[in-house]
Design a protein around this ligand. Structure first.
Ligand code: NDP
Ligand code: 8X3
Length: 259
């Protein structure tokens, strides 16, 4: 166990599923106290209850839609003072919607991706980072994507949102220079979660096809990278981790075997 995380407060957005939920498990095992949020509050609450009893940590779950700026401000401001001493913010809440040529795309899908992946990340960061600066301690981990490094056909707006996350990670690092607050981007390729089911609006068959004939990353693989970046010595800032399955070389170059 990494004792440096014992009772450090870690806020994870989008902790009801996939990478966010796995990250919560990894940090709980390392002794951190957890603030878990998502729109599906009951899932986050169930996870918080399980982890606090299994690992004897404090875990608090609450409902949050990161797209709702007023709710983000109100909900985070309402946290008890002790819970505002957040050491690690994992900006994980995010999604893709649709896979269409840009001239056939659905503007509602675009709004949802930009509002969640870009504006939601900003709203939460704007609230939490000043507390970190004031406390003289903090680490922001943004979950980006290979989609923020390579554009792929029909990825258009999702790509743009993750390029924005990439730019914001670099910008945060520059703007926080001179403070002890560290900034990292963890940028995975294919990870099997609810991501593709959400992208294809609930079409589970189409979603399963994304991982057909190849071995994707698991959410635990990504959580390991997040935990590793956070547990480096304080003078080390891991700027960016790109991790892909062995079966993937770029968003579009994937080795598949017939199944
Ligand atoms: P999941 O769909 O399994 O999880 C997404 C999480 O984000 C859920 O907990 C969901 O919670 C939350 N979320 C979505 N919208 C909102 C919102 N408006 N407010 C609060 N929480 C929200 O997918 P992943 O775990 O795969 O995705 C996590 C992150 O990883 C995303 O940023 C995604 O872009 C990124 N990523 C995923 C990859 C993959 O292949 N899976 C690869 C690269 C990056 P709820 O619905 O309950 O609100
Ligand atoms: C998720 C990975 O390749 O579907 O960010 O964009 S990809």
């Amino acid at each position: 166990m990494d004792t440096t995380l014992k009772h450090s407060i870690v806020l994870i957005t989008g902790a009801s599923s996939g990478i966010g939920a796995s990250t919560a498990v990894r940090f709980a095992a390392a002794g951190a106290d957890l603030l878990l949020c998502a729109r599906r509050h009951e899932r986050a609450a169930e996870l918080a209850a399980r982890l606090s009893s299994e690992h004897r940590i404090n875990a608090h779950a609450f409902a949050l839609d990161v797209r709702d700026r007023a709710a983000v401000e109100r909900t985070l401001d309402a946290l008890p003072e002790g819970w505002k001493r957040i050491s690690v913010l994992v900006n994980n809440a995010g999604l893709s919607r649709g896979l269409d040529p840009v001239h056939e795309g659905n503007p509602d899908d675009w709004d949802e991706m930009i509002d969640t992946n870009v504006k939601g990340l900003l709203y939460v960061s704007r609230k939490v980072i000043p507390w970190m600066v004031k406390n003289g301690r903090g680490h922001v981990v943004n979950i980006g994507s290979v989609a923020g490094h390579w554009v792929y056909p029909k990825g258009n707006v999702y790509n743009a949102s993750k390029y924005a996350v990439n730019a914001l990670t670099q910008g945060m690092k520059m703007d926080l220079l001179g403070t002890p607050v560290r900034v990292t981007s963890v940028d995975p390729g294919l990870v099997e979660t609810e991501f593709s089911v959400v992208r294809f609006h609930g079409d589970t068959e189409r979603a399963a096809g994304v991982y057909k004939g190849m071995t994707p990353l698991t959410p635990d693989d990504v959580a390991d990278a997040v935990l590793w970046s956070v547990t480096r010595p304080p003078h080390v800032n891991v700027s960016e981790i790109i991790l892909m399955p062995t079966d993937q070389a770029s968003p579009t170059l994937v080795h598949r075997t017939a199944t």
